[in-house]
Design a protein around this ligand. Sequence first.
Ligand SMILES: [Zn+2]
Length: 161
Amino acid sequence: MHFHSIKDLLDLPELFVLSTKKINGQIFIDAAPVASHQSYPVCTSTQTICRGVNSIRKVRHLDSFGCVVYLNLPAIRLSCTSCGAHFVWSYDCVAPKKRYTKAFENSLPKQVVGATVIHAARVTNTPATTIAVFFILGKPKKPHAFKKPVNHKLPRTLNWC
Ligand SMILES: [Zn+2]
């Protein structure tokens, strides 16, 4: 199977598959971002310098072919030449400092409808604490978008009787 076929199965267009390994019923996919640079999200400058790879993030993705799938993603260090800030590459498929892809997190409620935390942990092959976070405490909500304040000025020609 060619790597572009694996990329189609992964459905993560931002990643380039470098290699795959199957060890003890677990599939490890070494991947890297397709883009060569990433703009700094705070100042939105595209003038960034790659400072190397800090570490490899092991991120759980959707199971495939009866195996647990992990993505090995490089934690690429970058610095902005405009403001001098240092930051780490941000992937669209996984939130910062998370160990599960967004696709995997979204699949959890569908897989364990009506199950207990222990049963859900067994079915999804994830720690019970992870299931508890998603089902008991609730998934972290998106921050509210900035709303423009409503102007509550009264019309000048308001007649009070
Ligand atoms: Zn900057």
